[in-house]
Design a protein around this ligand. Structure first.
Ligand SMILES: [Fe+2]
Length: 193
C-alpha cells in the first residue's frame, strides 16, 4: 500500500483517503485499483493490459493519453543501473508521468513549486501521476523490482529534462515496509545519484 513521507515535517501518511487528499492540491491523482485475484503470477504484459482495460480506458479519457504499455524491471534487467540512473536525478517531463504498479515497489520524490519535497512509495495496486513539468525523481526499493502500466500522450514526452542543481541527493529513499527511517539512520539510495 502507498505511503507519503514529508521529510521536512517528519510526517508519514498511509491512509489512502488522506494520501489522495494530500496529493490533490498538487494536481497529483492517486487511486487504488483492485489487484487480488485478477492476474496469474505468469501473466504476460498482454494479459495485464487486457485485465486492466476498463481502468486504462478511464485514465486515457481523463488525461488524454493515447497509448499504454507495461514495463517490467527487475534485478536481472540488462543495464539496470544505467536505466535507473536516468530517473533517479531530479527532472521534469513535457507530459504527465502516469504509473499503475502491478507488482514491486518504488519511491517517487516530488518537488512541487513552493514545496515541500515529499516521497510517495508505490506498491501493487497504486496508481499515481506526476503532473507535466513537476520536478521529481524515482528510485526502486531494495528488491529492485517494479512492473507498471505506463500511459503516454506521445512516447517522446517521457524524455527526462534534468533540473540544474537538483536536490535529489539530499533525500534518501527508504522503502522498509512503506515506512522511513529517521534521518539519523539514513542509508544510501539503492542506486547512487
Ligand atoms: Fe520521471
Amino acid at each position: 500500500m502507498a505511503s507519503v513521507f514529508i521529510p521536512s515535517q517528519q510526517r508519514t501518511i498511509d491512509n489512502p483517503t488522506e494520501i489522495s487528499e494530500f496529493l490533490k492540491p498538487f494536481g497529483i491523482w492517486f487511486e487504488q485499483w483492485q489487484v487480488a485475484g485478477r492476474l496469474q503470477p505468469t501473466a504476460t504484459d498482454h494479459d495485464i493490459l487486457e485485465e486492466y482495460a476498463p481502468e486504462i480506458e478511464q485514465i486515457k479519457k481523463k488525461g488524454g493519453f493515447v497509448t499504454a504499455d507495461v514495463i517490467n524491471v527487475h534485478a536481472d534487467t540488462p543495464n539496470l543501473d544505467a536505466m535507473l540512473q536516468k530517473f533517479n536525478k531530479e527532472h521534469t517531463h513535457s507530459e504527465d508521468e502516469v504509473r499503475f504498479t502491478v507488482s514491486g515497489k518504488g519511491v517517487f520524490h516530488l518537488d512541487p513549486e513552493g514545496g515541500p519535497v515529499f516521497g510517495v512509495t508505490v506498491e501493487s495496486g497504486d496508481m499515481i501521476n506526476v503532473p507535466c513539468g513537476m520536478k521529481h525523481w524515482f528510485n526502486l526499493c531494495n528488491d529492485q523490482h517494479i512492473r507498471c502500466i505506463r500511459f503516454f500522450e506521445d512516447t517522446a514526452g517521457w524524455t527526462p529534462h534534468y533540473v540544474e542543481h537538483g536536490v535529489h541527493s539530499d533525500f534518501s529513499p527508504m522503502c522498509f515496509g512503506g515506512s522511513f527511517l529517521p534521518q539519523s539512520k539514513r542509508i544510501e539510495p539503492v542506486i547512487q545519484p
